[in-house]
Ligand binder design. Structure first.
Ligand code: NAP
Length: 312
């Protein structure tokens, strides 16, 4: 059984594309409906900001938390470190110094004293993995972070990091954040806007997650910018293949039976089909948020799920 508490509110454009008023309205509606989990990052959204640096999303969430005393205790707040632009033009990476410094800055912007889930946002192969794992572990040991997650990493790096954590007796990564949806790009295709080589959920990821019940999977960009429902947002060309045709037909049938939008079936399917994932929804209006909240309440029958899993 899944529900609204499984849905994650993505806040990538809060404080940049979305002004404070619109961001507050979405946060109010999400939490008012029973939403508990909010995803942000120290780097959101540097590409939309005048100074080329992030922090606007965390700052807006911080001001909203301050305006709503008591609500913080009800929430899981997740934020990330690793891909904020550095002064030298590269990315900040995952050195001990960066992790320690950026955790402090995120706590300050959010106005909280503990981050519930702290993510390694992207790989940093120039830093020794042991240094990264030790630094993340120290944040948990000293009480500034509760749980650790890893995003956009090759599965072997995740496993190596978890082994290192066990050897060093520090908290391991237990949450994975990758992108996936109901339709899948052609294998090997160059997906537009895909920033991370290992950002996609693969067959290997599914096997890894299913073989490790202690791991949770959070799925970013689950609605492919709204492409399931919107004529003005066709699926990128890399999704054009026979597998997509079959999947879109199966989706349309289930959506019609329930009288809902295809994107809502996508979210309900992701929350139910093995391995279950928690979709991180990006929304820019209350209508879009309501659609996602309704999807989290949508129950699919076993027959519908198996039809969607293996469409003919
Ligand atoms: N770990 C990572 O590297 C990573 C990367 C990317 C994102 N993320 C996380 O994932 C979250 C979501 O990412 P995303 O924004 O790329 O997600 P997405 O699901 O691909 O796209 C969200 C966009 O789809 C459109 N949309 C959503 N619901 C809709 C509906 N019911 N009807 C019509 N259009 C709809 C909206 O576009 P318009 O606003 O244009 O209307 C919305 O902004 C982010 O906020 C962030 O927290 C993480």
């Amino acid at each position: 059984m899944h529900g609204i508490s499984d849905l994650v509110l993505g806040t990538m454009y809060f404080g940049t594309r979305l002004d404070e008023r619109a961001s507050f309205a979405l946060l109010d509606r999400f939490v008012g409906a029973g939403g508990t989990t909010i995803d942000t990052a120290n780097c959101y959204a540097f590409w939309e900001s005048e100074d080329g640096h992030g922090g606007q999303s965390e700052a807006v969430i911080g001001r909203w938390l301050a305006a709503n005393p008591g609500v913080r205790e009800e929430l899981v707040i997740a934020t990330k470190v690793g891909v904020e632009p550095a002064d030298d033009g590269g990315l900040e990476g995952l050195s001990a110094e960066v992790i320690e410094r950026e955790c402090g800055r995120s706590l300050d912007r959010l106005g909280i004293d503990r981050i519930d889930v702290y993510w390694a946002h992207g790989e940093d192969r120039a830093t020794d993995l042991e240094e990264t794992v030790t630094a993340f572990g120290a944040l948990v040991k000293n009480g500034r972070v509760t749980r650790l997650g890893v995003s956009n990493h090759a599965t072997w790096r995740v496993e190596r990091g978890r082994r290192l954590a066990a050897r060093l007796s520090v908290e391991p990564w237990t949450v994975l954040q990758l992108t996936t949806s109901y339709v899948e790009p052609r294998p090997g295709a160059d997906v537009p806007g895909k920033d991370h080589r290992f950002g996609f959920v693969s067959e290997e990821t599914r096997d890894y997650v299913e073989s490790h019940p202690e791991l949770e999977l959070w799925a970013y960009s689950p609605l492919i910018q709204g492409a399931y429902d919107r004529a003005d947002r066709p699926l990128p060309q890399v999704y054009e293949h026979p597998g997509t045709t079959a999947r879109l037909e199966a989706l349309a049938q289930v959506a019609e039976r329930h009288g809902v939008a295809p994107s809502q079936v996508v979210l309900a399917w992701m929350m139910t089909s093995a391995p279950q994932s928690r979709p991180i929804v990006g929304v820019s209006s209350l209508d879009q948020l309501d659609s996602a909240l309704d999807a989290a309440r949508l129950e699919l029958s076993p027959e519908e799920l198996s039809g969607l899993d293996a469409p003919r």
